[in-house]
Design a protein around this ligand. Structure first.
Ligand code: COA
Length: 169
């Protein structure tokens, strides 16, 4: 049983989401020096609040967007992202939230592939993805420009047939 669940954003979350786009709430690997933007949600992308099952405390957010690997709808994958606020990191909750999100996307969309990408220096996210059952695929060299320099990015994936159950990852 997961300790976290995902819930839709409401207009009451606007101030919280604006705050979470600023340091120190947003993780160092998610800081692109861009102004805070409204969260966009449509059929190709979405975002949800991560909250504690125990008492509904909001602890961060997850998001996803479609990535095409061919012109047909079957070749769409979902690329996911996560940001927990600092107080709630390092307790396994990010791992659970990413697995809950993957299970939700497999259950509610037709995608066969869910992927996640993170900086080669973001050891916590790499470990978290591995614990959630994602498979490390390789490195995209010089792919992401952040903080004035190009960064290498690691790609992870989970395909539909390999979704683990929480606790078995
Ligand atoms: C990345 C993030 C989602 C991970 O979730 P989390 O709940 O904090 O992570 P977990 O506690 O499940 O696991 C973290 C793992 O990384 C390890 N870890 C953390 N920092 C580490 C470091 N600097 N070096 C080595 N290992 C590290 C932990 O030991 C743990 O592994 P373990 O369970 O085997 O001991 C969360 O920390 C977060 O939101 N960070 C800020 C935003 C971010 O970086 N998002 C991803 C960006 S692309």
């Amino acid at each position: 049983m997961s300790r976290v669940r995902l819930r839709p954003l409401t207009s009451a979350d606007a101030d919280l989401l604006n705050l979470w786009q600023k340091p120190p709430y947003v993780g160092e690997f998610n800081r692109f020096g861009m102004p805070a933007r409204p969260v966009r949600v449509n059929e190709d992308r979405g975002a949800l609040i991560v909250e504690l099952v125990a008492d509904g405390t909001p602890i961060g957010s997850v998001s996803w967007h479609a990535v095409m690997y061919g012109p047909n709808p079957e070749s769409a994958a979902m690329n996911i992202g996560i940001n927990l606020i600092p107080d709630w990191r390092g307790q396994g909750l990010g791992t659970e939230a990413q697995l809950v999100l993957a299970e939700m996307l497999f259950a509610t969309t037709a995608v066969n592939r869910i992927e996640a990408m993170t900086d080669v220096e973001n050891v916590a996210e790499q470990r978290s993805l591995e614990k959630a059952g994602f498979r490390r695929e390789g490195v995209l060299y010089g792919a992401q420009f952040r903080g004035g320099v190009w960064h290498d990015i690691v790609v992870f994936s989970m395909v539909r047939r390999a979704v683990p159950t929480i606790g078995q990852a």
